[in-house]
Ligand binder design. Sequence first.
Ligand code: PLP
Length: 394
Amino acid sequence: MINETMKELGNKRSVIRDIFEFGNIRRAQIGAENVFDFSLGNPNVPAPADVNNAIRKLLDTQSDSYLHGYTSAQGDANTRAAVAADLNARFGTSFRKENLYMTCGAAASLKIVLTALYTPGDEVIAITPFFPEYQVFVETTGARLVKVSSDPATFQIDFDALEAALSPATKSVIVNSPNNPSGVVYTRETVEKLAAVLKAHEEKTGHPVYLIADEPYRELVYDGIEVPYLPNFYQDTIVCYSYSKSLSLPGERIGYILVPDCIADSADIYAAVCGAGRALGYVCAPSLMQHVIETCTGQVSDLAVYKENRDLIYNGLTELGFTCIHPDGAFYLFMKSPVEDAGEFCEKAKEFDLLLVPADSFGTPGFVRISYCVSTDMIRRSMPALEKLAACYF
Ligand code: PLP
């Protein structure tokens, strides 16, 4: 006897995994330098030097029990105080360490918050395109995921669609800006409108509607673009953060949940977060990394490489005739497939050893995600292959 839902989930092949495996075969056959792999969101820019220096210093100066022992379930008090101080300095807030719960990255942050909030029958809205794991995280709580589309021209929120989707069962809305996979950053106008719509819905239904801000790409923006800080715009905001991308530490599994004092039922929600962390076995995020974060919070990996890559790939593809959404943040470029079926287009791309991801699983058929967290040299070398691909359509 086993849990069939979990078995199905484990056996389900993800599109990205299939592409990755195809890439491995081709790398072995023709050499890694001839495969142009734009499929994964694994940062290629190293962590800031201070991160590795902090690890060395900790190893040289601290005891094993401090480095590798359990911290408190919700995270080391000094780490949480440092994160709160950094947020307060950057966003003019007044968070305390008691508002923070350290996690194993954004995936854990989301799963804990969703488990803390939902009971079967609840509805949660996510704006397409979205990180495909939302579906898994939401549905395994028994809640229902309601998909709301973005404006197809700008990939800002389509407010008519959002208002139509809000119901008395809506308990929260998940947003992700800068967005994976579109690279779009929600403007101040979008955020203000979102806050007004959710506030009106709270007043209408008489219960809180939590805005869950999934923010692993918050600091990854180019050309000085503003990323409005959602807790400053909408009172009932819970933040799910990760250092996977901002500090290039995806394998270290470190992030946090922020439950501000001002949200409705804040103390109960924080208690439920602690309870969900416990129920999911997610207590005590990696201790060594928590100590690193204590000294490195607020730092960001060098964004110059991503910006150069962004410009190269965006300019290259648009000059070839492809329609692309201009990415202001994250390290993904969203491109319209020249044929209706993006899967078919990505299969064609494979003929030129170009590994691109169809965006169907992100809730946006007809689009393709191109991850540009790769070497700039690979982007340059991929141009002849992209030209050949373009020649098949234009
Ligand atoms: N949310 C989004 C939008 C992501 O793109 C990712 C990872 O790519 C995650 C959450 C999960 O991040 P983490 O590696 O910190 O668990």
